[in-house]
Ligand binder design. Structure first.
Ligand SMILES: [Zn+2]
Length: 236
C-alpha cells in the first residue's frame, strides 16, 4: 500500500475521461492558465472547490486553509491573492466557508487544538466582535452556523483590504469579491450577500451582510452566483 496504487489507477481513469471529453484540454493547460476565479476555501475534505462549482482544471485558482482565513501576515494566502489579481487577472475572488466547520466549532467551544489554536485566533476575534449577536441565538448549532457565516464576511473584508486588491480597483481593473457558504448537508452554496466590486462598496455590503441576514443557513442558495452579482451591477 506504500504506492497508493488505487489513486494512480483513478488518476488514469480521470485523465482519460477528460481527454475524451476535451481532447485539447491538457495540451492547452500545459501552455498557460487563465482562470477567471480565485477560490479561498477551507481545507475540509468535504468541500472540494472545483467539484462544487463544476469547473475544469485551469478554470479556478485555489487557496485553501483551515477555516478559510485571510490574514495580512499570512504570506501564503497573500501571495496567492496577489498572483491571482496581478498576474492572472482573475475577475472574481470567492471566499467560501462551510457550515459545520471544525475549526470554527473549536473556537466556539474553546477547544484546545495545539498549533491549530494559534492559527484560529482570527476566528476567536470574529467571535468576540459579534458576541452579542451570537448570544441571542438559541442553540449551539445556530451559533456555529452564524459564526461560520460571520467568519466568511470578515474574510471578505480582509481580501478587500489587501494592497493588490485596492490597487486593482484604483486602476479600474474588473474585480469582484464574493462571500459564499457551503452546506455539507445538501451540497449547495448560499450567497451571503457580501459582494464587493470597488473600494467604496465594502462598508455598505459588510454592514448589510452582518446585520440583515437571518442566521442559521436559511438564506437563498446561489442560483448563479457571479451572474447574480452581475445583474446587480456589481460585476464590471
Ligand atoms: Zn472548515
Amino acid at each position: 500500500m506504500r504506492e497508493l496504487s488505487e489513486l494512480f489507477a483513478q488518476n488514469r481513469i480521470w485523465a482519460e475521461r477528460l481527454r475524451t471529453e476535451s481532447p485539447d484540454l491538457f495540451r492547452e493547460l500545459a501552455q498557460r492558465q487563465a482562470p477567471g476565479y480565485l477560490w479561498i476555501g477551507c481545507s475540509d475534505s468535504r468541500v472540494p472547490a472545483n467539484h462544487i462549482v463544476g469547473l475544469l482544471p485551469g478554470e479556478m485558482f485555489v487557496h485553501r486553509n483551515v477555516a478559510n482565513l485571510v490574514c495580512p501576515q499570512d504570506l501564503n494566502c497573500q501571495t496567492a491573492i496577489e498572483f491571482a489579481v496581478d498576474a492572472l487577472k482573475v475577475r472574481h475572488i470567492i471566499v467560501c466557508g462551510h457550515y459545520g466547520c471544525g475549526g470554527v466549532q473549536a473556537v466556539l467551544r474553546g477547544t484546545s487544538l495545539g498549533l491549530l489554536s494559534r492559527w484560529l485566533e482570527p476566528v476567536e476575534g470574529v467571535r468576540r466582535q459579534h458576541a452579542e449577536q451570537l448570544a441571542h441565538l438559541g442553540d449551539e448549532t445556530r451559533r456555529l452556523d452564524r459564526l461560520c457565516e460571520l467568519n466568511v464576511i470578515e474574510q471578505v473584508a480582509q481580501v478587500c483590504a489587501a494592497a493588490c486588491v485596492q490597487g486593482a480597483w484604483d486602476r479600474s481593473q474588473a474585480l469582484t469579491v464574493h462571500g459564499w457558504i457551503y452546506a455539507l448537508s445538501d451540497g449547495l452554496l448560499r450567497d451571503l450577500g457580501v459582494c464587493v466590486a470597488g473600494a467604496t462598496e465594502l462598508e455598505a455590503a459588510y454592514r448589510t451582510a452582518v446585520t440583515a441576514r437571518p442566521p442559521g443557513g436559511t438564506g437563498p442558495e446561489v442560483t448563479g452566483g457571479v451572474a447574480d452579482c452581475a445583474a446587480s451591477g456589481a460585476d464590471r
